[in-house]
Design a protein around this ligand. Structure first.
Ligand SMILES: [Zn+2]
Length: 298
């Protein structure tokens, strides 16, 4: 679903590249299943439905798109294994519902270089979408990524190799369409990035702030709303879980102070919410929720 959200004078849209089914242990790490299955019920294969959301911002620097989902280059076998929708161009379809074409996008920001966040940056330039020459999905956009993230993606290790796919970013580098930045950036009036390490070394979240209102696109600093409520709930994907905890501790205070609208990128139930303080810490008051089309047969 494409959800419009207005922050002050800034029109934003929350878009989705569709659901996939992944092992619940990936998202909940050390947390026993008897606890996390209260939040989301796994199927017989222990998989949970996970979304891949993007944020679109109409800014004075043009149209900014934050992350671009899995895209369409994954082999059919992999898509099937993860129960992914076979419709092509899911994110681009949602962009159309917001009234835009791929060539309208001026900036594509990568929160980090994992495949489920930047797979949709490039596509095969063939009629039927089978492998061939690679081209940018957003032909006129300037893509932006952090230097350390590009370094980690370019030289992965045994643990990180599966998620770093050169086809997602190398064609952009070759065309000089990928701008490499170092540290937090101000992208436009009211739009800035914030380095939020833990999941990866230079993960960047996005703040949209205008007219006394704020939105925080959390990316993988808190995948699900429950990750933001409970500091110790850290996904097993995170390369530095203790840093993830400290990042969340800082972000929660900042988000609470600003009463920011939180956007959860992977939560298939809670799309947006705001923090509410309680004596033990914080809970997330959901604002937009959706029922994942949970396919019990999977
Ligand atoms: Zn990630």
């Amino acid at each position: 679903m494409a959800y419009p959200v207005k922050i002050g004078s800034l029109q934003c849209y929350i878009l989705s590249d569709g659901l996939q089914y992944v092992d619940g242990g990936g998202f909940f790490g050390l947390i026993p299943r008897v606890l996390w299955q209260e939040v989301v019920e796994p199927n017989a294969l222990n998989q949970i439905p996970v979304d891949a959301r993007s944020l679109l911002i109409e800014s004075d620097a043009g149209l900014i798109l934050v992350d671009v989902g899995n895209g369409d280059k994954l082999p059919a076998k992999v898509r099937q294994r993860f129960g992914m929708d076979d419709r092509r161009l899911r994110l681009v379809g949602e962009l159309a519902r917001a009234g835009y074409r791929p060539e309208d996008v001026n900036i594509v920001l990568f929160t980090h270089f994992h495949g489920d966040h930047i797979g949709g940056a490039t596509r095969w330039d063939t009629e039927d979408g089978t492998p061939g020459p690679l081209v940018p999905v957003f032909p006129r956009a300037r893509y932006i990524g952090q230097r350390i993230e590009l370094a980690d993606a370019s030289f992965p290790n045994e643990r990180t190799a599966a998620t770093y796919v050169a086809d997602n970013f190398k064609p952009l580098l070759e065309r000089k369409q990928l701008a490499i930045v170092d540290g937090p950036q101000r992208l436009a009036h009211g739009v800035r990035t914030d380095i939020v390490p833990g999941h990866t070394r230079y993960l960047q979240a996005v703040w949209v702030e205008d007219g006394g209102e704020a939105l925080l696109f959390l990316t993988d600093a808190a995948n699900w709303a429950v990750h933001f409520e409970r500091l110790a709930w850290v996904p097993s994907y995170d390369i530095d879980p203790l840093t993830s905890m400290e990042t969340k501790r800082r972000l929660r205070h900042e988000a609470a102070e600003k009463d920011a609208l939180l956007v959860f990128q992977h939560d298939s139930q809670v799309v947006t919410g705001r923090l509410a303080a309680n004596p033990r810490g914080f809970t997330v008051r959901p604002e937009v929720t959706e029922l994942a089309h949970h396919d019990a047969s999977r």
